[in-house]
Design a protein around this ligand. Structure first.
Ligand code: HEM
Length: 179
């Protein structure tokens, strides 16, 4: 991924070195609660018929997804967020384009993860911690960064799909978008 994009996203989201350190420290707590959070995540999505169909469209998909989400969640506490971290998030965004999931579902699902992480990780492990607020802010910042990259991936891939279907050049598309 473009290193300017990476650095802009981090700077604008205000992800600091102190945030990275706090996130790194939180890895064992995230690992401890990952399985319960993953179960809650898919139980939530399964309530919606369209999403439940997608989650079970292939044999073994839901089990695979649980493993993916667990890895993703634990990865939030890597503490280092460089090119390979961004490339992975970009690829995750693309996978959702491939399966035909509208981006608003991903945004709503991130809101669910955020709320559950506050309840199942922060409240469970850091209720009396002096850095509780900073931990919550750090976790929110990295989730916002992930969402940002995933949505950038949606945008790029959907524009590309449009160009492929219409035969428009990127230059023409950009001229039209610029009004
Ligand atoms: C916070 C939001 C979400 C995160 C972090 C997330 C995470 C992931 C990850 C890590 C993968 C694997 C990507 C890969 O193969 O490289 C994946 C794939 C997928 N996700 Fe999500 N996801 C989110 C929201 C959703 C929602 C709302 C749905 C709705 C049903 C969904 C359905 C799927 C499906 C169907 C796949 C493809 C599975 C396959 O390859 O068989 N995801 N997701």
């Amino acid at each position: 991924m473009d290193t300017t994009f990476i650095s802009n996203v981090k700077t604008l989201t205000q992800l600091t070195e102190a945030d990275c350190q706090l996130l790194k420290e939180m890895k064992p707590a995230i690992e401890k609660h990952a399985a319960a959070l993953v179960e809650a995540f898919y139980a939530h999505l399964e309530q919606f018929e369209h999403l439940a169909k997608l989650l079970h469209a292939e044999a073994g998909r839901i089990e695979r997804l649980k493993g993916h989400l667990r890895q993703w969640l634990i990865g939030l506490s890597d503490g280092e967020y460089g090119e390979s971290y961004f490339a992975r998030r970009y690829r995750i965004g693309f996978r959702h384009v491939e399966v035909g999931l509208e981006p608003f579902y991903v945004i709503a699902a991130m809101a669910f993860c955020r709320a559950k992480a506050a309840e199942m990780i922060i409240e469970a492990e850091y209720a009396d911690d002096p850095h509780k607020t900073e931990r919550t802010v750090a976790l929110n910042r990295i989730m916002d960064i992930d969402l940002n990259v995933m949505l950038q991936s949606y945008d790029d891939h959907r524009v590309q799909q449009f160009l492929n279907v219409t035969g428009f050049s990127r230059a023409l598309f950009e001229t039209l978008m610029a009004g």
